[in-house]
Design a protein around this ligand. Structure first.
Ligand SMILES: Cc1cc2nc3c(=O)[nH]c(=O)nc-3n(C[C@H](O)[C@H](O)[C@H](O)COP(=O)(O)OP(=O)(O)OC[C@H]3O[C@@H](n4cnc5c(N)ncnc54)[C@H](O)[C@@H]3O)c2cc1C
Length: 439
């Protein structure tokens, strides 16, 4: 029964999925549209990987469970892993958050290098095969059209070679552009409802040479906007090979310029000088790459009542979050953990989709709410605004200000943002007292 699983997409969530499926299936095949290189590089199908990616503490913990050698290998490769509270100089709500020892890891590494390391581990698994330059075009179904039996793929440079790969389970991890909705509709099923919150984020990212004394008293800098008046942000993280990665961003269409002098001016006019002070003297090592992220997008598979057996959807294909909160990789790791748990519990694959999507709905709820709440501080944000958002945001504004002087509040805030504690923990009487009395 559990002979062969097919994973559509060989980006980070696809690799996590393949790693788990390799424990439960005799054979796993990852089908990837792009050619897959044997060195770290961003591919056409995931150009967002050139931009700064922060890995939340919860994500790091879970990814290390999947790949125990990761921490050492990242350090050997030149990543920086330090205490988050000590390492981050974070300007937000008109002040710097108080630096302190938090016990949470801040992992600073390029997304490209992180994925390349993980690709290496997965491609060494004896029962995993990667099929690069191979596009999934549709789902092969059982005669009664109720069960996915595999995928139709096209491979080769001219796209001439069309085949079917048979599978007991197919997992769509093809990212935000996933065609699952379309494929399902073509097969007589309903598309999932899509929830969308328009955030209009534009990123402009550049790499710089990093010198040892560039930044004193911190390892990375985040300058976040204070809504609703400010829309600009910039993050500076150290990455391997003595480089800085700098991602400047703007929301609701107010994007950073992409010419050299405009880019520097944008960063010079941020409310804190720290990033400009570093990069105005640093040697640029790349062009300025851009990325536009129109909206957070969530597909509500958990609401479907009819769905084919033998098919799941995971990663950005389920939920693609406003990237400024750094939740995508962690959400993918959490989803994969759910899949692992279910495959351990269930002896057959029958009904797996229902259990999986129900639980994934809950996994996605929290990061989705955290991001949505902050995004609705801007009156121009379009989407379904959760009830009580304004009230929550009024309290959270006080939390943000308290993090500038109170390390107990900041510690709890970091745990929530890193998905290590539920948002309701910020309503614990001990925290509420400190937030309200302190302000
Ligand atoms: C600008 C930006 C910044 C971000 N910053 C952060 C951050 O700071 N922290 C964080 O945790 N997350 C961040 N994210 C999210 C993070 O990048 C994703 O969550 C993560 O890459 C996992 O995505 P994925 O593997 O589900 O999909 P993707 O990375 O989109 O990969 C999908 C893969 O599927 C392949 N594919 C697509 N269609 C087919 C097909 N038909 N057949 C075969 N293959 C196919 C594609 O080529 C691609 O390789 C950011 C996202 C963006 C856009």
């Amino acid at each position: 029964m559990r002979k062969h699983a097919v994973v559509i997409g060989c980006s980070l969530a696809g690799l996590f999925a393949a790693r788990i499926l390799s424990d439960h299936f005799e054979q796993v095949t990852i089908v990837e549209r792009d050619p897959v290189s044997d060195h770290p590089e961003s591919r056409r199908g995931q150009s967002h990987t050139r931009h700064l990616h922060g890995l939340l503490a919860q994500g790091f913990r879970m990814i290390k469970e999947l790949f125990p050698a990761l921490e050492n290998d990242l350090l050997k490769g030149g990543a920086t892993i330090s205490d988050m509270g000590e390492a981050i100089r974070w300007y937000h709500f008109d002040g710097y958050k108080r630096q302190f020892t938090s016990g949470l890891p801040a992992v600073s590494v390029s997304r490209i290098f992180l994925e390349w390391k993980i690709l290496n581990y997965v491609s060494r698994l004896p029962n995993v095969t990667i099929e690069p330059a191979c596009v999934v075009r549709g789902l092969a179904m059982s005669k009664d059209q109720m069960q996915v039996r595999g995928v139709y793929v096209v491979s080769g440079n001219d796209g001439a070679s069309e085949t079917t790969i048979a599978a007991d389970l197919v997992v769509d991890v093809s990212g935000r552009g996933s065609k699952s909705g379309q494929w399902l509709e073509g097969l007589g099923f309903k598309r999932p409802q899509e929830d969308e919150i328009t955030v209009g984020i534009g990123y402009a990212t550049r790499l710089y040479h990093r010198r040892p004394n560039d930044l004193l008293g911190a390892k990375l800098v985040m300058i976040s906007p204070t809504p609703p008046t400010q829309k600009h942000m910039t993050f500076l993280f150290p990455i391997e090979n003595d480089r800085w990665i700098v991602s400047a961003g703007g929301c609701l269409g107010d994007h950073p310029p992409t010419d050299e002098s405009g880019y520097l001016e944008f960063i010079r006019h941020l409310p804190a000088p720290d990033i400009y002070d570093v990069i105005s003297h640093a040697e640029p090592l790349s062009d300025i790459y851009t990325y536009k992220f129109p909206s957070s997008l969530r597909r509500r598979y958990e609401k479907l009542v009819r769905f084919p057996e033998g098919y799941l959807v995971l990663g950005d294909a389920i939920a693609s979050f406003n990237p400024i909160y750094g939740q995508g990789m962690t959400s993918a790791a959490m989803q994969v953990k759910v899949l692992d748990g279910l495959l351990r519990q269930q002896s057959t694959l029958a009904g797996l989709w229902r259990q999986f999507f129900q639980r994934i709905g809950k996994v996605v709820d929290i990061p989705w709410q955290i991001a949505a709440c902050e995004d609705f501080r801007y009156p121009e944000t379009v989407g379904d605004k959760p009830i009580m958002t304004d009230l929550t945001n009024a309290y959270l504004a006080k939390v943000h200000r308290a993090t500038q002087h109170d390390t107990v509040v900041y510690s709890q805030f970091l745990k929530v943002m890193n998905l290590m504690a539920p948002p309701t923990s910020l309503l614990h009487p001990k925290i509420v007292c400190r937030v309200l009395l302190g302000s």
